[in-house]
Design a protein. Structure first.
Lengths: 122, 122
């Protein structure tokens, strides 16, 4: 099993644990997809570009407003959530979930997945 | 009591209910401070500029990834959180809190404050 397959395995495990998650991806800080588990309707390039842009701005804001090193970002829309969680210092785990997802549960499983992904990446 | 004083009253009430909140402001979508309750160390212009930038990007991302109309944005750093909540369609309530803040509590009081603020604004 190569590294990418191993990462996709962790994303699948995450989505099995929290089925409200519709899509997940590991993205590099410069906006490249490292691994993804996305339904056909979701374009990988769109997810990676959005993740990188949000991450860059959030890091800047967290610094400017003295909140320290960025850990996670969360966007809630009427129809669902987008969550980003740092994986080490060079990558981010992005998750797109349905609105009915329980935030605490999703965060818990994402933290676990981020740890597993970091072990594969670094 | 004028409108701005009334808004500052709602911000003070919010910070009294959730004392982990260090600073709060009502910002227009184009990044102007409508009312604020910030400690001296926090520059109003910095808060409003960051809020407007984050809000604009988050609205775009929520749209691009089909999450619907934006409701809230949350940034967690090692040393604390930044939360944005929509106030109607033309303003945002921005809150800067300590790390030990309970997210659910802060969200609950912010929702209440956002409702009160909307009544003053619209």
């Amino acid at each position: 099993m190569n590294r990418r397959e191993e990462l996709v395995g962790h994303l699948r495990k995450l989505q099995a644990a929290a089925p409200e998650i519709e899509a997940s991806a590991v993205v590099s800080l410069d906006g490249l997809i490292i691994a993804s588990n996305l339904p056909d309707a979701v374009e990988p390039d769109r997810v990676s570009a959005m993740s990188a842009a949000l991450l860059a701005l959030s890091m800047r804001i967290s610094g400017e407003l003295n909140r320290g090193l960025l850990e996670q970002v969360f966007i809630r829309g009427l129809d669902g959530d987008i969550l980003l969680m740092a994986v080490g210092e060079d990558a981010v785990l992005t998750v797109i979930s349905k609105r009915e997802a329980k935030l605490g549960m999703v965060q818990y499983y994402m933290k676990r997945a981020a740890r597993d992904i970091a072990k594969v990446l670094f």
